[in-house]
Write a protein that binds this ligand. Structure first.
Ligand SMILES: *[C@@H]1O[C@H](CO)[C@@H](O)[C@H](O)[C@H]1NC(C)=O
Ligand SMILES: *[C@@H]1O[C@H](CO)[C@@H](O)[C@H](O)[C@H]1NC(C)=O
Ligand SMILES: *[C@@H]1O[C@H](CO)[C@@H](O)[C@H](O)[C@H]1NC(C)=O
Ligand SMILES: *[C@@H]1O[C@H](CO)[C@@H](O)[C@H](O)[C@H]1NC(C)=O
Ligand SMILES: *[C@@H]1O[C@H](CO)[C@@H](O)[C@H](O)[C@H]1NC(C)=O
Length: 301
């Protein structure tokens, strides 16, 4: 406030300053364009070998969702919104890709997860299989299995992990490690006799029994891992999706003991915060019976 000025006289002046700051003349845009061009043209190619690779996959995060987020974030910062630039929009390289399934124009997460994580386009609803497999047909998946970025990273001697806000068995993360003709086969109780007799295994089973070298698994979906005879510690009840065959948390733990690997299983924030990454080779965190909570609904304690 300026001395002697009344609030009522000060406010209109402030408003006009704000409007002024937001008005950009031709010179502004011309300079902006030249600077952007110069920056892009002066960019040096980074040809070093990447030490770590983090692949962020926003399920459904297309152009319109990104636009809405950018504007909202800008408005929360007192801007009009459109001019805001998000951190990942400042990366040195950006590109656009087409997302589609081989049998669907509007794709689903299983087919697109397979494309993103295994590099192979596939049918809607199928996981870690090429286009030879048919949706929900167990017989057709044998021989159609494809490898994923987890396999390739392991071959390069890297540690690997999956971190998700969904159930760890949900379509997008499952495309990294499972082979299933139907994304719905998340737990053993979801399979029919045809699938069991056909030699198909549920997704949670495959994560623990066939991917024991994955170092970090964090997300929701506890219900597909716990035995039907266990009470879920957070629900204080048993979910109808819990397993009838075995307890996968116990199996995971047994496997790590057999391999002499330092390991932790956690299901809440307190346990998670107590994990010492320097002393943990394998970490399994299942924080919800189903999906993780949205940020606004989350218990952050
Ligand atoms: C399932 O796939 C197998 C092998 O490709 C095929 O022989 C069979 O006819 C398919 N079943 C159905 C119901 O389409
Ligand atoms: C997955 O693991 C189970 C149990 O060890 C084994 O019987 C099965 O052959 C494995 N499947 C594949 C595809 O490796
Ligand atoms: C890919 O990873 C799965 C799960 O860890 C494993 O069963 C399979 O042998 C791997 N394949 C290759 C080619 O590395
Ligand atoms: C639960 O307990 C019953 C009765 O003892 C047993 O038959 C079943 O195999 C158990 N389920 C699991 C997943 O261990
Ligand atoms: C497990 O680790 C202990 C302590 O480092 C070592 O003495 C033992 O030989 C290891 N066992 C196996 C099977 O690697």
């Amino acid at each position: 406030m300026f001395p002697g000025q009344e609030r009522v006289r000060y406010l209109p002046w402030l408003m006009s300053m704000v409007a002024c700051a937001l008005t950009q003349d031709a010179a502004y845009w011309n300079t902006h364009a030249q600077e952007t061009l110069k920056k892009m043209m002066g960019q040096k190619h980074n040809t070093n070998v990447a030490k770590n690779v983090i692949l962020f996959l926003g399920d459904g995060l297309g152009i319109s969702t990104v636009t809405a987020s950018r504007i909202y974030k800008g408005q929360l910062q007192g801007q009009t919104g459109e001019e805001n630039v998000m951190a990942y929009e400042k990366f040195a390289y950006t590109g656009l890709i087409k997302t589609y399934n081989t049998d669907q124009q509007v794709p689903d997460s299983a087919g697109t997860g397979t494309a993103f994580l295994c590099g192979v386009k596939a049918k809607a609803g199928t996981l870690g299989l090429d286009d030879i497999a048919e949706y929900s047909n167990c017989t057709s998946q044998h021989g159609a299995e494809v490898t994923s970025i987890l396999n390739w990273s392991k071959k390069e001697g890297k540690s690997t992990g999956i971190v998700t806000t969904t159930r760890v068995t949900h379509a997008t993360p499952a495309a990294a490690y499972a082979h299933a003709a139907a994304r719905g086969w998340e737990g053993d109780t979801e399979l029919g006799t045809e699938e069991v007799e056909g030699g198909c295994r549920d997704i949670a089973y495959q994560l623990v029994m066939n991917n024991s070298d994955v170092n970090v698994i964090l997300g929701g979906g506890r219900r597909y891992f716990l035995s039907e005879n266990k009470t879920d510690p957070e629900l204080n009840a048993t979910s109808r999706y819990q397993r009838a065959d075995l307890d996968l948390v116990d199996e995971w733990t047994k496997d790590k003991i057999d391999r002499n690997s330092s390991h932790r299983y956690v299901w809440n924030n307190e346990q998670f915060s107590a994990v010492d990454p320097e002393k943990t080779d394998h970490l399994l965190g299942l924080f919800e019976s189903s999906h993780m909570q949205y940020e606004h609904a989350r218990n952050t304690g």
